[in-house]
Design a protein around this ligand. Structure first.
Ligand SMILES: C=C1C[C@]23C[C@@]1(O)CC[C@H]2[C@@]12CC[C@H](O)[C@@](C)(C(=O)O1)[C@H]2[C@@H]3C(=O)O
Ligand SMILES: O=C(O)CCC(=O)C(=O)O
Ligand SMILES: [Fe+2]
Length: 336
């Protein structure tokens, strides 16, 4: 029996917290040290001076908004050749998870999705240019991570997502502004300090809590808030949106390949009627080819830190992920 996931969140305290900022224009040794520290402590950080041009980002964002503004019947035509890719609304995955969201998902390597019959916004070519740029950024970050941890083969993580057969995904998420959610019916709870908007003790789930299964996620959004990450003490903390930065997070596979040094942290998106604009996020999930063997490089495994996970392929991990609910943890299924 499929049990419905919670669609609203009530009476939760939220904890103000600022994500570490990694400035890629700083000296390489400093950047490496900061990235490793942020990945170990929080699994999340913001990257500035990332080198992805404003033009590439703006064109992608415009194409995304144009796409979501189309009539639903046209959006449904963006169905892929294949199973789980394409346009979706409310349902996340196939196991009963739901949210206040519509999205477009496609394979970032081949971009195998049928072009929408009338596509003046040129979504396909813009997504292709954007994907190339963020894939290069992901590789640069993964190489800094490897070097920062002293791994001799500094391409050990990045080569997976550079492969032609890489199973990486590009995802556009649109959280429509809820015009009908009357603000007067919502109890104001607390002002969360560093965050500009007040938070309410009644919010809806946009994208339920989960960790990302792949290696690394490169996320950006417009200036509408909603993303929250789970802190070590279990409290949720809002991430202030910064459209000029990329929000980077460690995925489950990178936690495995660092033998648990880096953490794949749970996050979620909430929507509330305080926002008078829609949130749109664009997530690139860097993944290996299906047959890639996932194992930590030798330097990560020591007598003091024995191997936490058994070797497995991405195909095995993906199968487990897709057989589970969004909020289920899967990494423990692969522990030694
Ligand atoms: C409910 C599900 C949706 C998801 C596959 C899953 O069975 C569990 C993980 C989900 C997730 C979360 C991160 C990414 O958005 C995603 C594409 C992924 O790789 O794992 C989604 C999956 C999805 O929406 O298809
Ligand atoms: O929309 C967001 O900001 C985050 C979405 C997300 O976590 C995901 O697509 O996996
Ligand atoms: Fe995510």
């Amino acid at each position: 029996m499929v049990v419905a996931s919670p669609t609203s969140i009530q009476n939760e305290k939220i904890q103000p917290f600022e994500l570490p900022i990694i400035d890629l224009a700083e000296e390489r040794s400093i950047v490496m040290k900061n990235i490793v520290k942020a990945s170990e402590e929080f699994g999340f950080f913001n990257v500035i001076n990332h080198g992805v041009s404003n033009d590439t980002i703006t064109k992608m964002e415009e194409a995304g908004f144009d796409f979501f503004a189309k009539p639903v019947e046209q959006k449904k035509l963006a169905m892929p050749i294949g199973d789980s890719f394409g346009y979706g609304s409310k349902n996340i995955g196939i196991n009963g998870d739901m949210g206040e969201i519509e999205y477009l998902l496609f394979n970032a390597s081949t971009q195998l999705f049928r072009t929408i019959s009338n596509d003046p916004s040129n979504l396909r070519s813009r997504a292709s240019e954007y994907t190339d740029a963020v894939m290069n950024l992901a590789c640069e970050i993964l190489e800094l991570m490897a070097e920062g941890m002293g791994v001799p083969d500094t391409l050990c993580f990045s080569r997976f997502i550079r492969e032609v057969e890489s199973d990486s995904i590009l995802r556009l998420n649109h959280y429509p502004h809820d015009h009908n959610n009357n603000i007067l019916n919502i109890n104001k709870d607390c002002d969360i300090g560093t965050h500009n908007s007040p938070s309410y003790n009644y919010t809806k789930v946009g994208f339920g809590e989960h960790s990302d299964p792949q290696i690394l996620t490169i996320l950006r959004s417009n200036d509408v808030d909603g993303l929250q990450i789970s802190l070590q003490d279990g409290q949720w903390s809002p991430v202030t949106p910064d459209p000029s930065a990329f929000c980077v997070n460690v995925g489950d596979l990178l936690e495995v390949m660092t033998n648990g040094r880096f953490v794949s942290v749970r996050h979620r998106v909430v929507t509330n009627s305080y926002n008078n604009k829609s949130r749109m996020s664009i997530a690139y999930f860097g993944a290996p080819p299906l047959n890639a063997c996932i194992v930590a490089p030798p330097l990560m495994v020591t007598p003091e830190r024995p191997s936490l996970f058994r070797p497995f392929t991405w195909a095995e991990y993906k199968k487990a992920t897709y057989s589970l609910r969004l909020g289920d943890t899967r990494i423990h299924l692969f522990r030694n």
